[in-house]
Design a protein around this ligand. Structure first.
Ligand code: NAD
Length: 463
């Protein structure tokens, strides 16, 4: 890992990018599409190396690595290359009658220099998906991968260095010192994915330069289950969403809130599905590992409360924690105080949906909220009665994998969104442009004002 990069060299790199951006090279649409093609080629020709790096950092299987990291980014690049000419065209909008002779447009201007800071859980996806938006927006970018996924970080560094000039796209590897050094510089946008606590640090440094930020954060995403469900599908969808990447997914269902009448049946089915998916999870190639010892110990310390329904075993030397379901958890338990971010699924029960809604509303706004029920009336109660980054009804995770829905949090779970069209919009400035002509000039608007107030009021209605 190239961790030796100093404050001074980071400053020089930022200066170089500024000069390159000011040269106007990255503004042309042709250039942006060429760069997206280069990124596509870089990924396609290094698929095996990327999958191997993800395997060594997180124990991800090839299928999971491709599905959740490489495949997602590949789809975003294809979509962006196809749609960029349309997205980047100035959009003509209506002009009020009061500005007779004028036309109005919204231009999508590049922002300038963008800093993208990534986490370790999807270390490729969560750096590259924002990069697609940044390239499409016509910006220069500096990427800071997470130091906790060192193999992926090093590979991304080398691949980007071989593919792009550093004055256009560069990677700065390292941890807090490098991140801090980067944050001391003036960027035009900072796109941060990580924890709410570091999000605050990023926002505070950005505020020194009034730099706008996108914060893709985390938190506890509830999963509420009514009694009117298809129990088979519900169980599979919950287990998939929870234990993918060993629960280290920002939108994983953090805890279950289950209707009393169905809880025992559901727990039985969830346990069976874990067996069907992973057989013996310790030996399954499809079951990932915990990122490091620090997180491993944090998670195993959470296994003290409630009744373990299944799992609960672990092995420190392999960073393995079994898919674990814990029943009879009190809302005051430690498991319910912080984002779990690991393969532990606490379960609580309710009699009346309003109890679950009240509980969710008493906590910070979640990144994702899951609700399983056939009952449309209850679905609407959830949609109308709660606030969250996104909602997925009768499934988990799929609302964030479609390019047609923007993805992002609200309040403590984040600010700003991306994916698909939203990724383009995130990395441009919507510049309002009114083009007036010399055909006509409305004298009445100039002083000395001779027209009565009533006429001014009527004129304002035309704006
Ligand atoms: P983290 O906040 O610890 O680290 C994220 C990045 O910030 C890393 O690159 C790290 O080097 C850097 N960093 C850490 N401390 C810093 C500091 N003091 N100053 C400057 N930079 C610093 O997050 P993590 O542990 O890598 O990821 C887990 C968190 O990320 C969870 O909360 C999870 O929910 C969230 N997450 C959110 C999304 C999303 O899309 N909303 C996706 C993945 C993860």
């Amino acid at each position: 890992m190239n961790e030796s990069i100093s404050f001074d060299s980071i400053k020089k790199l930022v200066e170089k990018q500024k000069m390159y951006f000011n040269s106007g090279t990255c503004k042309s649409i042709k250039f942006r599409i060429e760069q997206l093609k280069k990124l596509q080629k870089m990924i396609n020709s290094n698929e095996k190396n990327l999958l191997a790096a993800l395997k060594s950092d997180l124990g991800k299987s090839e299928a999971e690595g491709y599905l959740t990291e490489i495949g997602f980014v590949a789809t975003e690049i294809n979509y962006m290359m196809r749609k960029l000419p349309e997205f980047s065209r100035p959009a003509k909008v209506r002009t009020s009658l009061a500005y007779l002779g004028a036309r109005s447009y919204i231009y999508s201007d590049p922002l300038g220099m963008v800093l993208i800071i990534g986490p370790w859980n999807y270390p490729f996806h969560l750096l590259m998906a924002p990069l697609v938006g940044s390239i499409a927006g016509g910006n220069c970018s500096i990427l800071k991968p997470s130091e906790y996924a060192p193999n992926t970080s090093e590979l991304i560094h080398n691949l980007v260095k071989d593919t792009f000039n550093e004055e256009y796209i560069a990677v700065v590897e390292g941890g807090i010192p490098q991140s801090t050094a980067l944050l001391h510089n003036r960027f035009d946008h900072i796109f941060f994915t990580g924890s709410p606590s570091v999000g605050k640090i990023v926002m505070e440094s950005a505020a020194q330069n009034l730099t706008p930020v996108t914060l893709e954060l985390g938190g506890k995403s509830p999963c509420i289950i009514d009694k009117d469900i298809n129990i088979e599908y519900t169980a599979r969808r919950i287990i998939f969403g929870k234990f993918l990447n060993a629960g280290q997914t920002c939108v994983a269902p953090d805890y279950l809130f289950v209707h009393h009448d169905i809880k025992d049946k559901l727990l039985e089915r969830l346990t069976q599905v874990i067996r069907e998916f992973y057989s013996t999870p310790r030996e399954s190639l499809d079951y990932a590992r915990i990122i490091n010892k620090q997180h491993f110990r944090r998670l195993t310390n959470l296994l003290q409360e409630g009744n373990i329904v299944c799992g609960g075993d672990y092995e420190e030397e392999n960073l393995y924690i079994a898919p674990t379901i814990i029943d009879d958890i009190s809302p005051d338990a430690r498991l319910m105080q912080e984002e779990i971010f690991g393969p532990i699924l606490p379960v609580m029960e309710y009699e009346n949906l309003q109890q679950a809604i009240n509980f969710v509303n008493s906590k910070p706004k979640p990144l994702a909220l899951y609700f399983f029920s056939r009952d449309k009336r209850l679905q609407n109660s959830i949609l109308d009665g709660t606030s969250s980054g996104g909602v997925c009804l009768n499934d988990t995770l799929s609302h964030i994998t479609t390019k047609y829905l923007p993805f992002g949090g609200i309040g403590q779970s984040g600010t700003g969104n991306y994916h698909g069209r939203a990724s383009f919009d995130r990395f441009v400035h919507k510049k309002s442009v009114l083009k007036q002509s010399f055909i006509y000039d409305l004298h009445a608007k100039y002083p000395p004002y001779k027209i009565p107030l009533s006429l001014i009021k009527r004129m304002l209605k035309l704006l």
